[in-house]
Design a protein around this ligand. Structure first.
Ligand SMILES: C[S@@+](CC[C@H](N)C(=O)[O-])C[C@H]1O[C@@H](n2cnc3c(N)ncnc32)[C@H](O)[C@@H]1O
Length: 272
């Protein structure tokens, strides 16, 4: 007997309904319960530097990073971060966002748009050593204060006086990959408070091997350069060992798609 397409569709949907109870999903509200789990925030000594995704998969995920755009400007956030950051920002509701490494301005515009969507009034700063890299759209975005300077001298842009005026919670993302330990130290000593987040980006070592676009990256890029992710992670681990009771790793977001399925291995930090 021939069964019509609408009948087959209806039977299929009924089967799905019985296999998976949407009602149960709402009743259990795991999306509200899981973030409250006591073991969410962990010490660095409880984390290892690996990911559930193997190098071969990372190679594909990272291969076209420079094609990713937000409103036409390059957005160098990883594909996992593009789902994880909005959830984190919505949860944190930061009153201040500081980005180290603006590049084309795509991520700063994205942060500003997310704040608008969530109805959060936030002070948004984004700095870079070379603001000529900014897209015109970013330069004209009045919601963001772009600052030019060298993050080796982070104090020249974010003086203790300025930081003391910026409301909390803070969301700081270090995405210049320069002076990571110094930047952690500086914000630690100049205002980071309980509840604030600081992220050291691209501690995933495969970023430094596979994000490379041969047309864009230096021809003399060497095996030493490929070690940058590991070097940043080593600096971070050393720093966190000294501050183990003050900064914890948010395993909720870092493990959402598998252990460290993120460009930011073990580096989404919350001040206790
Ligand atoms: C990975 S890109 C930032 C990407 C951007 N946050 C995004 O998600 O689209 C790194 C940026 O750091 C900047 N940078 C490199 N060294 C720096 C330094 N010493 N101080 C400040 N910015 C620096 C580079 O000019 C570059 O634009």
């Amino acid at each position: 007997m021939l069964v019509s397409y609408p009948t087959r569709l209806a039977l299929g949907l009924t089967l799905v309904y019985f296999l998976m109870s949407y009602k149960k999903a709402i009743q259990l509200a795991k999306h509200k319960q899981e973030p409250l789990k006591a073991n969410r925030f962990v010490k660095i000594s409880e984390r290892i530097d690996r990911s559930d995704i193997p190098e071969t998969v990372w190679k594909n995920l990272l291969s076209n990073n420079y094609l990713r755009v937000w409103k036409g400007t390059i957005l160098l956030k990883g594909i996992m971060e593009i789902t994880l950051y909005p959830m984190l920002l919505q949860e944190l509701r930061p009153q201040t966002i500081i980005e180290i490494g603006a590049f084309n301005g795509g991520s700063a515009i994205w942060f500003a748009d997310l704040m608008d969507i969530f109805g959060i009034e936030s002070h948004i700063y984004s700095m870079d050593i070379d603001l000529s890299l900014l897209d015109e759209k970013a330069k004209n975005d009045q919601r963001i204060r772009f600052l030019q300077g060298d993050c080796n001298h982070i104090e020249s842009l974010f003086s203790p006086e300025l930081l003391s005026t910026l409301p909390h919670p803070w969301f700081i993302t270090e995405d210049a990959h320069v002076n990571s330990g110094g930047i952690l130290d500086y914000f630690h000593k100049n205002g980071l408070q309980s509840g604030d987040y600081i992220i050291i980006e691209d501690t995933n070592p495969w970023v430094w091997k596979h994000q490379r676009d041969e047309d864009i990256w230096a021809k003399d890029y060497s095996a030493n350069d490929e070690m940058r992710g590991k070097n940043i992670m080593d600096v971070l681990r050393g720093w966190l060992q000294k501050h183990e009771n003050e900064y914890l790793i948010d395993s909720y977001y870092l493990n959402m798609y598998g252990y460290n399925v993120s460009q930011n291995w073990n580096s989404v930090l919350k001040k206790v």
